[in-house]
Design a protein around this ligand. Sequence first.
Ligand SMILES: [Zn+2]
Length: 236
Amino acid sequence: MDFERALVVFAHPDDAEFLCGGTIARWTEAGTEVDYVCATDGSAGWNGPDLGREEIAAVRADELRAAADVLGVKEVRFLGFVDGTLQPDLELRKAVTREVRRVRPDVIVAPDPSLLWSGRSYINHPDHRAVGEAVLAVVACDAPTRPQFPELLEEGFEPFTVPALWLSTEHREADTKVDIGSTIERKIEALEAHTTQIANMGDFDVDARIREWAAAIAESEDMEYAEAFRTFLLED
Ligand SMILES: [Zn+2]
C-alpha cells in the first residue's frame, strides 16, 4: 500500500478522522501526499440555538484544518454543499470529478455508500451514503470519460483513471485491514480537534470508544488496533 498521492473524499468535517485517521497518519508518515475533499460545509453540526449555519461552518472549517494538521494532510478543500442536503447527483459528481482530475491520486478513500446502519444503535447519515455513491460514479464513469462534463475540459482538467479505491467500511465487508497501533494516538488527537463535535457527543469518551472500535476491527488479526476497507484495483 505504497501510495504517492491519496485523496480522501467525505461528507462532514470530522468524517475522515473517524473513518480512517489512523491510516492517513500512517500514509503521511510514509511520505504519501494526502489531500482532503470535504463535500459539505458542516453547517448542521451544532444543535444549539446560539449559532447559525454560517457560524457553524466557519468554526468547523477551522476544526478540520487543525485535525488535518495533526494527521499531516497537505490540503483541505471544501465543495460547499449544505450539510444535511447532499445528493449523489450530477452537481456533486462534477465537483468531485474536478478534484479527482486536479489531484490525480493513486488512491481515493471514501465512505461505503451501502452502509445503512451498524449494530443496533447507529443509522448512517444520508450525506455519508450520498458522497460514497457519488465517488463510485466518479471513479467508474465521470473522471476517466472525456465526454463527461466537457466544461471541466475547458477548465483544463483532463480525464483520469483512478488506480485504486478504498471504501471505509464495516469489518465484515472488509478485505483490507490497516494496522493503526502506531497511529491511534494521532487519530484520537485529530478527532479531539473537532471541539464542537466532541461537545455534541456529551458523555461520549472519544479515547475509549475509538480504541474499542479499532480493537474490534483488529480482532482475529495479529493487531491491536485497525481500520477496515473494501478495496478496488481499477485497470486503465
Ligand atoms: Zn459525518
